[in-house]
Design a protein around this ligand. Structure first.
Ligand code: CUA
Length: 296
């Protein structure tokens, strides 16, 4: 994760501004140190030099600050400008995960893994249900806070297909460090196929023992599986759980073992997460995981 290795125009502008500040700052620093060294080693003063004081103390700083002010305002305008024909995505921060919705396709709800099409601007609405979080994908754009009671907007574009890691950048509690996410930029047709797939409900009643268990256990009070009676909104939507590569907002890879460990006792993997340990027998846990693994 580095904001200097950029893959989109917004992050590119911001990295450019960083380099301008860094280079100008370095030049000014070296200039001041040189003058200081001369002053220290000069034996005696030859009277006042008003020209030097006005040039070095007023004119030069004014020019440097004016250049930086112009560049900063310019980059701010570029990065906050309304994009034409953007894809709208709504991201909501929870302690400690991200809910992701696509208003153009209201059925498509996911968590922690945000797919976007390459080359198209994405306007991301940012809200929080609890405390202040901060949405940060260094390779694509700078940070924007998610503030309770307010909707902030961040625009970004990915120039190249790839998976970009993001991280909550505002300390928000015990598991702030495990409040990560992925932005997966893919070709527009692949993105469209993915979005259509996310919008589809889970395949009704599967007949698997684990499904009945999930709907009767406390699971359904917190999680939604569209197409079943599970309609909780406290935790992530699990309708297409297996289309995600990670669980627990990138706490672990989405493997059979990790999923079972997570369901049995999420607290041992992510202490402070809302999910309580689920008291299940070995066979019940196996059934439940077998059902979850059908949610593709
Ligand atoms: Cu959310 Cu730190």
């Amino acid at each position: 994760m580095t904001s200097l290795h950029t893959h989109g125009p917004i992050a590119g502008h911001q990295a450019g501004l960083f380099w301008l500040l860094f280079i100008l700052g370095s030049v000014v620093y070296m200039l001041v140190m040189t003058v200081l060294a001369i002053a220290l080693f000069r034996r005696h003063s030859e009277g006042k030099d008003n020209g030097f004081i006005i040039g070095g103390g007023v004119v030069l700083p004014s020019i440097v600050l004016a250049v930086l002010a112009y560049a900063t305002v310019h980059v701010t305008n570029e990065t906050t400008a309304r994009a034409s024909n953007p894809l709208h995505v709504e991201v909501t921060g929870y302690q400690y995960w991200w809910r992701v919705a696509y208003p153009g396709t209201p059925q498509a709800i996911t968590a922690n893994e945000i797919h976007i099409p390459v080359g198209r601007p994405v306007e991301i609405g940012l809200r929080s249900v609890d405390v202040i979080h901060s949405f940060w994908v260094p390779e694509l754009a700078g940070k924007t806070d998610l503030i309770p009671g307010q909707r902030n907007v961040l625009t970004l574009t990915a120039d190249k297909a790839g998976t970009y890691r993001g991280q909550c950048a505002e300390f928000c509690g015990l598991q702030h460090a495990h409040m990560a996410f992925l932005v997966i930029a893919e070709a527009p047709d692949r993105f469209d196929a993915w979005l259509a797939d996310q919008a589809r409900p889970a395949t009704g009643f599967t007949g698997l023992a684990g499904q009945a268990e999930l709907e009767h256990q406390s699971c359904a009070g917190c999680h939604t599986i569209r197409g079943t009676s599970a309609a909780g909104t406290v935790g992530p939507d699990l309708t297409h759980l297996m289309s995600r590569t990670t669980i627990g907002a990138l706490t672990a890879k989405n493997t059979h073992e990790n999923l079972a460990a997570w369901v049995a006792d999420a607290q041992s993997m992510k202490k402070g997460a809302v999910m309580p340990p689920i008291p299940l027998s070995g066979a019940e846990l196996d059934d439940l995981i077998a059902y979850l693994e059908t949610l593709r």
